[in-house]
Unconditional design. Structure first.
Length: 71
């Protein structure tokens, strides 16, 4: 997810958390005339990571759980 770092940085996220995001890519899913799959995957990944970070902080500051983006 090459755009994930850009999206996460724009949100002010800690770059050390980026390895917590993984993706399952499936060919033929999200077909479009414009190449939007990578952008969509990155935006969903950044939102999921932000939610995971918020949940960890609300739970007392434990480890941020891993998140997975599945096409």
């Amino acid at each position: 997810m090459t755009d994930l770092a850009s999206v996460w940085s724009a949100l002010g996220g800690d770059p050390a958390l980026l390895p917590r995001v993984s993706a399952v890519e499936r060919p033929g899913v999200l077909d479009a005339r414009l190449p939007v799959r990578e952008l969509a995957r990155s935006c969903v990944g950044a939102c999921a990571l932000a939610a995971a970070e918020l949940g960890a902080r609300r739970a007392g500051g434990g480890e941020v759980p891993a998140v997975r983006v599945d096409d």
